[in-house]
Ligand binder design. Structure first.
Ligand code: NCD
Length: 305
Protein backbone atom coordinates (compact mmCIF):
# COMPACT_ATOMS: atom_id res chain seq x y z
CA UNK A 1 0.00 0.00 0.00
CA UNK A 2 1.29 3.47 -0.83
CA UNK A 3 1.78 5.62 2.23
CA UNK A 4 1.27 9.36 1.67
CA UNK A 5 1.79 12.23 4.10
CA UNK A 6 -0.81 14.81 3.17
CA UNK A 7 -1.94 15.99 6.61
CA UNK A 8 -0.33 16.17 10.04
CA UNK A 9 -2.94 13.67 11.21
CA UNK A 10 -1.67 10.99 8.79
CA UNK A 11 0.63 9.32 11.35
CA UNK A 12 -0.69 7.34 14.32
CA UNK A 13 0.66 8.10 17.81
CA UNK A 14 2.72 4.88 17.68
CA UNK A 15 4.19 5.85 14.30
CA UNK A 16 5.02 9.33 15.50
CA UNK A 17 6.72 7.92 18.57
CA UNK A 18 8.80 5.62 16.35
CA UNK A 19 9.56 8.56 14.05
CA UNK A 20 10.90 10.58 16.99
CA UNK A 21 13.05 7.66 18.15
CA UNK A 22 14.57 7.36 14.70
CA UNK A 23 15.05 11.14 14.54
CA UNK A 24 16.98 10.85 17.82
CA UNK A 25 19.11 8.18 16.19
CA UNK A 26 19.89 10.39 13.20
CA UNK A 27 20.53 13.37 15.45
CA UNK A 28 23.22 11.53 17.33
CA UNK A 29 24.71 9.29 14.63
CA UNK A 30 26.93 10.97 12.09
CA UNK A 31 28.33 7.91 10.29
CA UNK A 32 25.46 5.74 9.15
CA UNK A 33 25.99 2.03 8.73
CA UNK A 34 22.77 1.45 6.80
CA UNK A 35 21.46 3.46 3.87
CA UNK A 36 17.70 2.93 3.71
CA UNK A 37 17.25 4.90 0.47
CA UNK A 38 20.01 3.12 -1.46
CA UNK A 39 19.24 2.94 -5.19
CA UNK A 40 16.15 5.08 -4.75
CA UNK A 41 15.39 8.34 -6.49
CA UNK A 42 13.23 10.98 -4.87
CA UNK A 43 11.57 13.81 -6.76
CA UNK A 44 11.58 17.21 -5.05
CA UNK A 45 9.10 19.38 -6.92
CA UNK A 46 8.64 22.86 -5.44
CA UNK A 47 6.23 25.36 -6.97
CA UNK A 48 6.89 27.84 -4.15
CA UNK A 49 10.22 29.08 -2.80
CA UNK A 50 11.80 27.06 -0.03
CA UNK A 51 15.07 26.97 1.75
CA UNK A 52 14.72 24.83 4.88
CA UNK A 53 12.18 22.34 3.63
CA UNK A 54 13.75 21.61 0.24
CA UNK A 55 17.35 21.57 1.38
CA UNK A 56 16.62 19.47 4.45
CA UNK A 57 14.67 16.94 2.34
CA UNK A 58 17.44 16.82 -0.27
CA UNK A 59 20.11 16.51 2.39
CA UNK A 60 18.06 13.77 4.10
CA UNK A 61 17.77 11.84 0.83
CA UNK A 62 21.51 12.06 0.15
CA UNK A 63 22.46 11.17 3.72
CA UNK A 64 20.24 8.09 3.54
CA UNK A 65 22.05 6.94 0.41
CA UNK A 66 19.40 7.96 -2.12
CA UNK A 67 19.49 10.41 -4.99
CA UNK A 68 17.05 13.02 -6.13
CA UNK A 69 15.86 14.88 -9.18
CA UNK A 70 13.89 18.05 -8.77
CA UNK A 71 13.22 21.67 -9.36
CA UNK A 72 12.40 24.82 -7.49
CA UNK A 73 10.20 27.41 -9.16
CA UNK A 74 8.34 24.47 -10.69
CA UNK A 75 5.67 26.85 -11.94
CA UNK A 76 8.27 28.18 -14.38
CA UNK A 77 10.52 25.18 -14.88
CA UNK A 78 7.91 22.48 -15.28
CA UNK A 79 5.11 21.93 -17.76
CA UNK A 80 2.82 23.87 -15.41
CA UNK A 81 3.76 26.92 -17.46
CA UNK A 82 2.28 25.16 -20.48
CA UNK A 83 -0.91 24.55 -18.55
CA UNK A 84 -0.31 21.00 -17.34
CA UNK A 85 -2.46 19.98 -14.38
CA UNK A 86 -0.96 18.87 -11.06
CA UNK A 87 -2.45 15.42 -11.72
CA UNK A 88 -0.72 14.99 -15.08
CA UNK A 89 2.61 16.30 -13.78
CA UNK A 90 2.34 13.88 -10.85
CA UNK A 91 1.68 10.88 -13.11
CA UNK A 92 4.87 11.71 -15.01
CA UNK A 93 7.02 12.33 -11.91
CA UNK A 94 5.77 9.09 -10.34
CA UNK A 95 7.14 7.21 -13.31
CA UNK A 96 10.62 8.60 -12.82
CA UNK A 97 11.07 8.61 -9.04
CA UNK A 98 10.27 6.40 -6.04
CA UNK A 99 8.57 9.12 -4.00
CA UNK A 100 7.60 12.76 -4.52
CA UNK A 101 8.15 15.68 -2.14
CA UNK A 102 5.71 18.30 -3.36
CA UNK A 103 5.30 21.96 -2.47
CA UNK A 104 2.47 23.62 -4.32
CA UNK A 105 0.48 26.82 -4.47
CA UNK A 106 -3.02 25.64 -3.67
CA UNK A 107 -4.53 23.96 -0.63
CA UNK A 108 -5.63 20.50 -1.70
CA UNK A 109 -2.94 19.99 -4.36
CA UNK A 110 -1.11 17.32 -2.38
CA UNK A 111 -4.32 15.30 -2.05
CA UNK A 112 -4.98 15.70 -5.77
CA UNK A 113 -1.48 14.45 -6.53
CA UNK A 114 -1.88 11.50 -4.15
CA UNK A 115 -5.12 10.50 -5.85
CA UNK A 116 -3.28 9.71 -9.09
CA UNK A 117 0.23 8.86 -7.88
CA UNK A 118 1.74 5.37 -7.98
CA UNK A 119 4.44 6.42 -5.45
CA UNK A 120 4.21 8.11 -2.02
CA UNK A 121 3.45 11.84 -1.96
CA UNK A 122 4.87 13.93 0.85
CA UNK A 123 3.17 17.28 1.25
CA UNK A 124 5.91 19.88 1.75
CA UNK A 125 3.31 22.66 1.97
CA UNK A 126 0.19 23.07 -0.16
CA UNK A 127 -0.64 26.76 -0.38
CA UNK A 128 -2.53 27.91 2.70
CA UNK A 129 -3.43 24.30 3.50
CA UNK A 130 -0.98 22.22 5.52
CA UNK A 131 2.70 21.56 6.07
CA UNK A 132 2.72 18.26 7.96
CA UNK A 133 6.47 17.57 8.06
CA UNK A 134 7.01 20.98 9.65
CA UNK A 135 4.52 20.01 12.37
CA UNK A 136 6.41 16.76 12.99
CA UNK A 137 9.67 18.64 13.51
CA UNK A 138 7.89 21.28 15.62
CA UNK A 139 6.46 18.65 17.94
CA UNK A 140 9.80 16.85 18.02
CA UNK A 141 11.46 20.09 19.13
CA UNK A 142 8.77 20.62 21.79
CA UNK A 143 9.14 17.08 23.06
CA UNK A 144 12.93 17.35 23.22
CA UNK A 145 12.52 20.34 25.50
CA UNK A 146 9.59 19.43 27.72
CA UNK A 147 9.49 15.63 27.57
CA UNK A 148 6.10 13.86 27.54
CA UNK A 149 4.60 14.55 30.93
CA UNK A 150 4.25 18.31 31.09
CA UNK A 151 0.96 19.99 30.32
CA UNK A 152 1.73 22.74 27.83
CA UNK A 153 0.15 26.04 26.86
CA UNK A 154 0.95 26.90 23.26
CA UNK A 155 0.49 30.45 22.00
CA UNK A 156 0.40 30.94 18.22
CA UNK A 157 1.03 34.48 16.99
CA UNK A 158 0.69 36.11 13.57
CA UNK A 159 -0.95 35.02 10.34
CA UNK A 160 -2.89 32.05 11.62
CA UNK A 161 -5.33 32.17 8.73
CA UNK A 162 -2.87 31.49 5.95
CA UNK A 163 0.07 30.05 7.89
CA UNK A 164 -0.01 26.37 6.96
CA UNK A 165 2.56 25.42 9.61
CA UNK A 166 0.10 26.61 12.27
CA UNK A 167 -2.74 24.61 10.73
CA UNK A 168 -0.66 21.43 10.75
CA UNK A 169 0.76 21.89 14.23
CA UNK A 170 -2.66 22.56 15.78
CA UNK A 171 -4.03 19.46 14.01
CA UNK A 172 -1.10 17.43 15.29
CA UNK A 173 -1.43 18.70 18.87
CA UNK A 174 -5.13 17.86 18.73
CA UNK A 175 -4.51 14.37 17.31
CA UNK A 176 -1.75 13.57 19.82
CA UNK A 177 -3.40 15.13 22.88
CA UNK A 178 -3.25 12.72 25.84
CA UNK A 179 -1.33 10.28 23.62
CA UNK A 180 2.07 11.83 22.96
CA UNK A 181 1.50 15.29 24.40
CA UNK A 182 -0.64 16.96 27.06
CA UNK A 183 -2.06 20.28 25.97
CA UNK A 184 -3.49 22.57 28.63
CA UNK A 185 -4.39 25.41 26.34
CA UNK A 186 -3.95 26.76 22.81
CA UNK A 187 -4.10 30.54 22.45
CA UNK A 188 -4.36 32.02 18.95
CA UNK A 189 -3.18 35.63 18.79
CA UNK A 190 -3.89 37.37 15.48
CA UNK A 191 -5.70 40.34 13.99
CA UNK A 192 -9.34 39.41 13.29
CA UNK A 193 -8.74 39.15 9.54
CA UNK A 194 -5.87 36.71 10.04
CA UNK A 195 -7.38 34.47 12.71
CA UNK A 196 -7.33 30.68 12.70
CA UNK A 197 -9.87 29.15 10.26
CA UNK A 198 -13.03 27.72 11.86
CA UNK A 199 -12.40 24.13 10.66
CA UNK A 200 -9.06 23.96 12.43
CA UNK A 201 -10.43 25.65 15.53
CA UNK A 202 -13.21 23.04 15.61
CA UNK A 203 -10.69 20.20 15.13
CA UNK A 204 -8.88 21.24 18.30
CA UNK A 205 -11.88 21.88 20.51
CA UNK A 206 -11.75 18.54 22.31
CA UNK A 207 -8.43 19.60 23.88
CA UNK A 208 -10.34 21.72 26.36
CA UNK A 209 -9.32 25.31 25.88
CA UNK A 210 -8.60 26.95 22.57
CA UNK A 211 -9.18 30.65 22.21
CA UNK A 212 -8.77 33.41 19.63
CA UNK A 213 -7.54 36.79 20.88
CA UNK A 214 -6.42 40.00 19.24
CA UNK A 215 -3.27 41.06 21.02
CA UNK A 216 -0.22 39.60 22.69
CA UNK A 217 -0.97 40.73 26.24
CA UNK A 218 1.29 40.41 29.30
CA UNK A 219 -1.24 38.01 30.80
CA UNK A 220 -0.99 35.62 27.83
CA UNK A 221 2.79 35.85 27.76
CA UNK A 222 2.92 34.89 31.44
CA UNK A 223 0.86 31.72 30.81
CA UNK A 224 2.82 30.55 27.76
CA UNK A 225 5.11 27.52 27.61
CA UNK A 226 5.66 27.66 23.86
CA UNK A 227 5.31 30.81 21.82
CA UNK A 228 5.06 29.98 18.12
CA UNK A 229 5.68 33.14 16.10
CA UNK A 230 4.81 33.40 12.38
CA UNK A 231 5.26 35.96 9.62
CA UNK A 232 2.45 37.56 7.62
CA UNK A 233 1.97 35.50 4.45
CA UNK A 234 2.00 38.49 2.09
CA UNK A 235 2.20 36.32 -1.01
CA UNK A 236 -1.50 35.51 -0.55
CA UNK A 237 -2.59 39.19 -0.41
CA UNK A 238 -2.02 42.30 1.71
CA UNK A 239 -3.90 42.76 4.95
CA UNK A 240 -3.73 46.07 6.83
CA UNK A 241 -3.21 45.80 10.58
CA UNK A 242 -1.01 47.23 13.32
CA UNK A 243 1.90 44.78 13.64
CA UNK A 244 2.99 46.11 17.06
CA UNK A 245 0.37 43.98 18.83
CA UNK A 246 1.92 40.82 17.31
CA UNK A 247 5.66 41.46 17.65
CA UNK A 248 7.83 39.65 20.16
CA UNK A 249 9.83 42.62 21.39
CA UNK A 250 12.55 42.05 23.99
CA UNK A 251 10.20 43.72 26.51
CA UNK A 252 7.49 41.19 25.76
CA UNK A 253 9.97 38.30 25.81
CA UNK A 254 10.81 39.28 29.40
CA UNK A 255 7.24 38.46 30.37
CA UNK A 256 7.53 34.85 29.14
CA UNK A 257 8.28 32.27 31.84
CA UNK A 258 11.93 31.34 32.18
CA UNK A 259 11.10 27.74 31.31
CA UNK A 260 9.29 28.64 28.06
CA UNK A 261 10.64 28.31 24.52
CA UNK A 262 10.34 30.51 21.45
CA UNK A 263 9.68 28.79 18.11
CA UNK A 264 9.26 30.10 14.56
CA UNK A 265 9.06 28.01 11.35
CA UNK A 266 11.13 30.70 9.62
CA UNK A 267 11.66 32.73 7.50
CA UNK A 268 10.93 35.62 9.85
CA UNK A 269 10.16 39.28 9.31
CA UNK A 270 9.80 42.02 11.91
CA UNK A 271 7.62 39.94 14.27
CA UNK A 272 10.75 38.30 15.70
CA UNK A 273 13.58 40.83 16.02
CA UNK A 274 17.17 39.49 15.82
CA UNK A 275 17.73 40.77 19.38
CA UNK A 276 15.71 37.77 20.57
CA UNK A 277 18.32 35.38 19.09
CA UNK A 278 20.49 35.89 22.18
CA UNK A 279 17.68 34.80 24.49
CA UNK A 280 18.41 31.27 25.77
CA UNK A 281 14.75 30.39 25.18
CA UNK A 282 15.08 31.04 21.41
CA UNK A 283 14.94 27.61 19.76
CA UNK A 284 14.09 28.37 16.13
CA UNK A 285 17.46 27.57 14.59
CA UNK A 286 17.63 24.26 16.43
CA UNK A 287 14.04 23.69 15.32
CA UNK A 288 15.08 24.07 11.66
CA UNK A 289 18.04 21.76 12.23
CA UNK A 290 15.70 19.12 13.67
CA UNK A 291 13.94 19.19 10.30
CA UNK A 292 16.82 17.21 8.82
CA UNK A 293 16.62 14.40 11.39
CA UNK A 294 12.84 14.19 11.37
CA UNK A 295 12.76 14.09 7.55
CA UNK A 296 15.43 11.39 7.48
CA UNK A 297 13.31 9.37 9.90
CA UNK A 298 10.17 10.00 7.85
CA UNK A 299 11.72 8.96 4.52
CA UNK A 300 13.10 5.83 6.12
CA UNK A 301 9.67 4.99 7.54
CA UNK A 302 7.78 5.58 4.29
CA UNK A 303 10.24 3.82 2.02
CA UNK A 304 10.92 0.77 4.16
CA UNK A 305 10.84 -2.30 1.93
C1 NCD B 1 7.07 27.93 6.20
C2 NCD B 1 6.25 27.57 4.98
O1 NCD B 1 6.76 27.47 3.87
O2 NCD B 1 5.06 27.37 5.18
N1 NCD B 1 8.42 27.77 6.00
C3 NCD B 1 8.97 26.54 6.27
O3 NCD B 1 8.74 25.59 5.57
N2 NCD B 1 9.74 26.43 7.36
C4 NCD B 1 6.71 29.20 6.84
C5 NCD B 1 6.56 30.41 6.01
O4 NCD B 1 6.81 30.44 4.82
O5 NCD B 1 6.16 31.41 6.60
Amino acid sequence: MIRNIISASDLSPAELQKLFERADHYRTTRMLKKFPLRRMIGVTCFYQPSMRTRFSFESAILRLGGQYIGTEAAGMFSSAIKGESIEDSTRIMAGYGDFIVLRSENAGDAAKAAAVSTVPIINAGDGTGEHPTQAFLDLYTIEKHFGRGKEITVTFVGDLKRGRTVHSLIKLLAAMHEKLVRVREIICVAPPELQLPDEIFADAQHIGTISRVHWLSPEILGLTDIIYMTRTQREYGQVEFDPSAFTLTPERAQMLPETSIILHPLPRNDELPPAIDFDPRARYFGQAQNGLYVRMALLEMLMKK
